[in-house]
Design a protein around this ligand. Structure first.
Ligand code: PLP
Length: 413
């Protein structure tokens, strides 16, 4: 293994085909941001878009902007752009609600499509909201379906003739472990089950080919790798073949075939629009579009290549420079099954992360002992990895993490 030094990382930045993208983002000076897997950074163009939407479209256009600025079509328009990022077709993806709400709609719809089956299958340790939403649905349906969780290594075998729907997060939020979407989808279909893929940590981070693997449903998040802004709306995917039969429980007026006919009786819109519930959060969805446009202009294979290289180098740096400090590796070393993050374990993980954040090197902590470092190739430089680990070495060698201020738990970690 070669000995790494800062000059090596600087040279990688000089050769990086994605390097120019960094200038499209408004990163605060002197910051290294390794948390784009949790909240993406502000695109410079989003600031101007926010001003336009608030001052001009809302302020001056008022209610006319539903037509003059096409607010009414934002869910479909931005959805079609996201479709291009995840291997879906026009009319299969729509921007709506939050990821949690979209999961509820999709899981209820899938259970209904596969009536007579009793099992919803997921994994223990899936993202909490995913499990909570499924538990809520289970209770709401009074035992008609039950949630069963199986360890990720035995998921394939756990899919059986009683499984209505499999709900999995493609890239795990803590470890970055990535499921084989094609294999699991194929097995589910063999057994007559449907699959909902949560793409929160995948969209904009790893190549996803929903239609190539024959996916049924997917949901995902707008504020992580898509850089849509805090609380940006989520999105969902329904394969064309399921749309005509799809019934979802939140049958609000935006999902109606003709919302402005103002009829008493619900009639589901013919296509993906039937998954909408109520009024689009126009400001949030407009800002999401800015992030999606940037992502859509980049080459996903270059993104994946850079992110894997960053992960690999980060792991090598930790091995070379931090081996005596008690870190464990919670992510796989095999790039084929790793998303766009590397997670370390340490019993003082929370305090160590706070010490890094105090130096404007921002990752995050997930209980009980995980330090997460997310690699977002559009604005993170190779040299940032060197500087991050350099700071980590200093924090560990001099026990800088060992201060009361770094041990005080915050509401959001
Ligand atoms: C971030 C994330 C969510 C977020 O759900 P919200 O409804 O936006 O709070 C859901 N699922 C997974 C797997 C996530 O990573």
């Amino acid at each position: 293994m070669q000995t790494l030094n800062r000059a090596y990382f600087e040279a990688l930045d000089r050769d990086d085909p994605l390097a120019a993208y960094r200038d499209q983002f408004d990163l605060p000076a002197g910051h290294i941001y390794l948390n784009g897997n949790s909240l993406g950074v502000l695109p410079k163009a989003a600031k101007e878009k926010a001003r336009q939407v608030v001052e001009e479209q809302w302020g001056q256009g008022l209610i006319r902007s539903w037509n003059t600025h096409d607010w009414i079509r934002i869910p479909q328009r931005v959805g079609d752009k996201i479709a291009g990022l995840i291997g879906a077709d026009d009319g299969e993806v729509i921007v709506a609600d939050s990821t949690s709400v979209n999961l509820f709609k999709m899981a209820a719809a899938a259970v209904k499509l596969n009536a007579g089956r009793h099992k919803i299958l997921s994994e223990p340790g899936n993202f909490p909201t995913d499990l909570y939403i499924l538990q809520g649905l289970e209770q709401f349906l009074d035992g008609q379906v039950r949630l069963v969780t199986e360890h990720r290594d035995s998921i394939l075998d756990a899919i059986d003739e009683d499984t209505a729907v499999v709900v999995l997060t493609h890239v795990h939020y803590k470890s970055g472990a990535m499921f084989d979407m094609a294999a699991i989808t194929a097995r589910a279909h063999e057994k007559g089950a449907l699959v909902i893929w949560d793409l929160s940590h995948s969209t904009g981070a790893v190549p996803v080919e929903l239609n190539r693997v024959g996916a049924d449903f997917a949901i995902g998040c707008g504020y992580k790798y898509l850089n849509g802004g805090p609380g940006a709306p989520g999105f969902l995917f329904v394969a064309k073949r399921h749309q005509a039969q799809l019934q979802q429980p939140l049958s609000g007026w935006f999902g109606h075939a003709n919302p402005f006919a103002m009829r008493d009786d619900y009639e589901a819109a013919p296509g993906i629009a039937r998954t909408l519930c109520g009024t689009t959060p126009v400001v949030g969805a407009s800002l999401l579009e800015v992030g999606v446009d940037i992502m859509a202009s980049a080459d996903m294979h270059q993104i994946r290549e850079k992110s894997l290289r960053m992960g690999q180098l980060f792991i090598e740096l930790i091995e070379q420079r931090c081996s005596q400090y008690g870190f464990g590796l919670a992510s796989s070393k095999d790039p084929a099954v790793r998303g766009s993050q590397v997670s370390l374990t340490h019993e003082q993980g929370f305090a160590i992360m706070q010490a890094l954040i105090a130096r404007n090197i921002i990752g995050d902590f997930r209980a009980p002992d995980i330090l997460r470092f997310g690699f977002t190739p559009l604005y993170v430089r190779y040299v940032d990895l060197w500087d991050c680990v350099d700071a980590l070495v200093d924090i560990m060698a001099n026990d800088h993490w060992d201060q009361a201020a770094f041990k005080k738990l915050t509401a959001v970690t």
